[in-house]
Design a protein around this ligand. Structure first.
Ligand SMILES: NC(=O)c1ccc[n+]([C@@H]2O[C@H](COP(=O)([O-])OP(=O)(O)OC[C@H]3O[C@@H](n4cnc5c(N)ncnc54)[C@H](O)[C@@H]3O)[C@@H](O)[C@H]2O)c1
Length: 437
């Protein structure tokens, strides 16, 4: 099938590459010329395991190409995926301007009937609204059908997720369009669930809101564990053994971040508000998360009284491991608050430093190694559970820091691991280890 993907970001690029890998002819369109130029020389503009290898393989085998021109991109297309961003506006609503922009170009350049598949996360009713826009502006002799096909991949394991996803959701306005999209996905051999367009749109928000709820829930339990002398690791294992609960998404920490959960939870609160529904549970989930992001700072303030003039090393800046994505990462609000409190901040991340330099405060000292970040530091904040951080030799903390004091926001180490070292270790939902002599 000839497929165009509009938006070569985390979702669009991974989708395009994967559809090419299963044999489709794919052209990825992006208005960001710099991205397109990089892709043309087989360089991925984002960090995602396995992605660069698959880009160069599929381009060389003639199934994948890149352009910034809609005319070139839509020329041969039977199916157009829209995977542009839908960020939050100031008021929490989803900003649909990029999708509207793409929709306004479609009929000008198509050369046959097409199916437009909206992969971006959009509020319930958006597909119908875009369909109206498409019909209104359709000056071609071709028909344009619309299909909602929300995406569930996770950054950091996106390629694996596309090939081994739990489900593919297809919400279509008619059976013909649905069948074409089902057919296109068949080689992945993943269960397909077909439904109405509105239900498909809702499945995406409900899924993200539920996962965010699970995270805020376990974080509240973790805060209680600290006060009551229980161990959150054991509590989570014990809970997860119940099949009705399951053991995923029960890691206590400094809350969720990234480009999806914060914006999608806010958008769902807005969507509910539009139909006079006060989504109280989700509002609390968001509040708990905001508070949780500040929990390491609260612990450090208790320990040191004042953070003024302390040197604090941040380890991990991306919102989760194996990605360079900094959007809505806890590192943004934590570093800002530490600087406000008068601390000196050093920071290290294995791959996200380039992105972090664009977004984080200019007064942060970025380093090229953990060792350089922690040298002569008064304490360390662990913000992302990168393998490199989890494997770090803790005896180096004693060697290099003024005092080896760690606030671990991702529970990278067990109490047994740290107990063998000269260290003061504060983590989430567990007793602190104070072993400085
Ligand atoms: N990132 C994720 O993990 C993830 C997972 C599931 C769903 N989603 C959803 O998928 C959508 C895309 O997210 P993303 O993280 O891939 O975003 P992204 O910011 O990484 O990528 C969006 C791309 O679209 C391009 N673009 C913007 N306007 C354009 C236009 N008019 N024409 C052509 N290209 C244009 C941008 O240059 C950018 O490269 C969002 O709605 C998001 O909520 C994201």
């Amino acid at each position: 099938m000839n497929i165009s993907i509009v938006g070569a970001g985390y979702v669009g690029l991974v989708t395009g590459v994967s559809l090419a890998e299963i044999g489709h002819n794919v052209v990825c369109i992006d208005t960001n010329k710099e991205k397109i130029e990089m892709l043309k020389i087989f360089k991925s503009p984002i960090y995602e395991p396995e992605l660069e290898e698959l880009i160069s393989k599929n381009v060389k085998e003639g199934r994948l190409s890149f352009t910034h021109s809609y005319e070139e991109g839509f020329n041969n297309s039977n199916v157009i995926f829209i995977a542009v961003g839908t960020p939050s506006k100031e008021n929490g609503k989803a900003d649909l301007s990029a999708i509207e922009n793409v929709a306004s170009h479609i009929s000008n350049f198509i050369k046959s009937n097409v199916i437009v598949v909206i992969k971006s996360t959009v509020p319930v009713g958006t597909n119908e609204y875009i369909k109206e826009l498409l019909d209104k502006t359709n000056n071609s002799r071709f028909t344009i059908d619309i299909v909602s096909n929300p995406e569930f991949l996770r950054e950091g394991s996106a390629i694996n997720d596309i090939f081994n996803g739990d489900r593919i959701i297809i919400g279509a306005e008619n059976n013909k369009a649905s069948r074409v999209v089902e057919e296109l996905y068949k080689p992945f051999n993943i269960p397909i669930f077909t439904t109405s367009i509105r239900s498909a749109e809702m499945i995406k928000y409900a899924s993200n809101a539920f996962l965010a709820t699970k995270i805020s829930f376990i974080n509240e339990i973790s805060n209680l564990c600290e006060k009551l002398g229980a161990n959150i690791d054991d509590v989570a294992i014990g809970m997860g053994k119940d099949k009705r609960i399951g053991n995923s998404f029960l890691n206590a920490g400094i809350g969720y971040g990234g480009s999806c959960f914060p914006k999608d939870t806010s958008a769902l609160v807005q969507i509910a508000g539009n139909v006079d529904h006060n989504f109280m549970l989700l509002k609390s989930v968001i509040e708990v998360n905001k508070k949780q992001q500040m929990s390491l700072i609260e612990k450090a303030k208790k320990r040191f009284t004042s953070l003024k003039d302390l040197k604090i090393a941040l380890l991990g800046l991306s919102f989760k491991p194996n990605t360079d994505d900094i959007r809505d990462a806890a590192s943004i609000v934590i570093s800002e608050e530490l600087l406000n409190l008068g601390a000196t901040v050093t920071a290290y991340d294995p791959v996200a430093t380039k992105q972090a330099k664009k977004i984080l405060n200019k007064n942060i000292y970025f380093t090229d190694s953990i060792e350089d970040a922690i040298k002569k530091a008064n304490c360390v904040f662990i913000l992302t559970e990168w393998e490199e951080i989890k494997k770090f030799d803790l005896s180096k903390l004693t060697e290099l820091m003024i005092e080896p004091i760690v606030f671990d926001g991702r529970n990278c180490f067990t109490i047994n691991q740290v107990s063998a070292h000269i260290i003061e270790y504060h983590s989430m939902g567990k007793e602190s280890v104070i072993n400085l002599n």
